[in-house]
Design a protein around this ligand. Structure first.
Ligand SMILES: [Zn+2]
Length: 437
């Protein structure tokens, strides 16, 4: 139980991040993918239209997914039968669909795209953040611009997909656990929230956006709750929906579902989403806990604070730097190239349902200790901008920290490669040239 307390606090402030705005990284990583670049524009379509036109196929898919998930995913909490879609659509198919997927039925599902930095269209109608995100996920950090789309409007597949990649941070996984507030907490069958810092309103999404799949067995024995996380299941659900939508002539929803799943893959490329305390070895963790049991929890608190600070500071650093590079149009900069470069893509195994766990998060967890150390050295040389209002201090950052930057670029390279591999799996084989019937 004590170890649980230690780790409960790990996913601190920026657990909604995983390399900040997922849309920006997605545009960069996917812009040259031929299957996307050459795909025809898609027509914006309300969710209800997809649901009502393809209802029997959706019922069948979700039933198949539930059967598979029960056999396949570790510590998978079975979906209560009451949430199964009925054979005939009821009066609120959208609500039934979201509940059958066990996502937050209060999400706004706004019809919007985010422009890439410097490519906004100010003459168009924009939605405010509170029209796009649920209240718990609003924060001073949100800087997205949301261009409103009209039903039937034609839009570029890349814009739909990249915009959707940010969407799971707008409320999909908020308040789903039995000890959370809200109406679905008691219905969804996920049990109590295994981890996440309760001081933050969006912390309840953490077990769907982080996954500690590569801990020592001793850690799992002492803290079994660490195995209760399901980003890989989310990526699986949305991939199946994307393929169904593409196959049945609803490419707008195909790209949007694919973007949702992509988010979870991208989250796990961030080492702080793949390790609870990346810089702390097993022995140190146990010693720290022993000391806390004996009444002195100062080391433990310090380790938690340190990981949280490093996670937040490196994401702020990277986001501010990337934004500056995009504004000043430097396509050959190594950070931009890290997202774009496809040289490593062929070295990875083919996509499978276990790819997120066995490839993405394994790689990210492996990189965690060295990355954490490099961030620590950077912060020691340049004090952290720890206040939420201190963002303007970043203006003075010169980004001249080669040991950390090298690791950062390598990790962003993983982000790019895994993004393309996941999207490739969702698009193959049917989407290219797939016209609506
Ligand atoms: Zn996330």
């Amino acid at each position: 139980m004590k170890l649980k307390t230690l780790l409960l606090l790990c996913s601190i402030a920026p657990s909604a991040w995983g390399w900040s705005n997922h849309t920006v990284g997605s545009y960069l990583a996917l812009q040259n993918l031929p299957a996307l670049r050459d795909a025809p524009l898609v027509e914006v379509e309300p969710l209800e239209q997809f649901l009502t036109q393809q209802y029997p196929a959706i019922v069948q898919l979700l039933d198949e997914q539930e059967r598979f998930a029960r056999q396949h995913f570790t510590q998978y909490p079975p979906r209560p039968d009451a949430l199964k879609l009925p054979a005939e659509a009821g009066s609120n198919p959208r609500q039934a669909f979201l509940m059958a997927l066990r996502i937050n039925p209060q999400i706004h599902l706004a019809m919007v795209i985010q422009p890439l930095s410097g490519q906004d269209q100010p003459q168009r109608t924009h939605l405010k953040a509170e029209q796009v995100m649920v209240e718990q996920t609003l924060s001073p950090w949100n800087q997205q611009r949301f261009i409103a789309l009209a039903n039937g409007e034609k839009v570029a597949p890349l814009a739909v997909l990249a915009s959707a990649a940010d969407e799971p941070d707008y409320g999909h996984d908020i308040n789903l656990f039995s000890d959370n507030q809200g109406e679905v907490a008691a219905l969804y069958g996920f049990g109590p929230q295994p981890f996440g810092d309760e001081r933050f309103q969006y912390s309840s999404q953490a077990p769907f956006h982080m996954g500690f799949f590569h801990e020592n067995p001793v850690v799992y024995a002492a803290a079994g709750f660490l195995e209760r996380s399901w980003p890989d299941w989310r990526a699986y659900q949305y991939l199946g929906l994307a393929r169904l939508a593409f196959d049945t002539g609803h490419p707008y929803w195909g790209y949007r579902f694919l973007g949702w799943g992509l988010h979870h893959v991208q989250d796990l490329t961030q080492p702080y989403h793949a390790k609870p305390l990346p810089g702390v070895g097993l022995l140190s963790m146990l010693l720290m806990e022993g000391k806390a049991l004996a009444g002195d929890d100062s080391d433990k608190r310090e380790a938690i604070e340190q990981a949280a600070t490093r996670h937040m500071e490196v994401e702020k650093y990277q986001a501010a730097w990337l934004s500056r590079l995009l504004r000043s149009a430097q396509p050959l900069h190594p950070m931009i190239q890290a997202y774009v470069d496809t040289a490593q893509d062929a070295d990875y195994p083919a996509y499978s349902v276990d790819y997120l766990r066995e490839v993405v998060s394994a790689q990210s967890a492996d990189a965690g200790a060295a990355f954490d150390e490099a961030i620590g050295q950077w912060l020691a040389s340049a004090p952290a901008t720890s206040s939420f209002s201190a963002g303007n201090q970043l203006q003075r950052e010169h980004y001249d920290h080669p040991p950390m930057n090298q690791q950062l670029f390598a990790l962003l390279g993983h982000f790019g490669a895994h993004s393309r591999i996941y999207v490739g799996a969702g698009l193959a084989p049917s989407v290219v040239g797939n016209a609506a019937p």
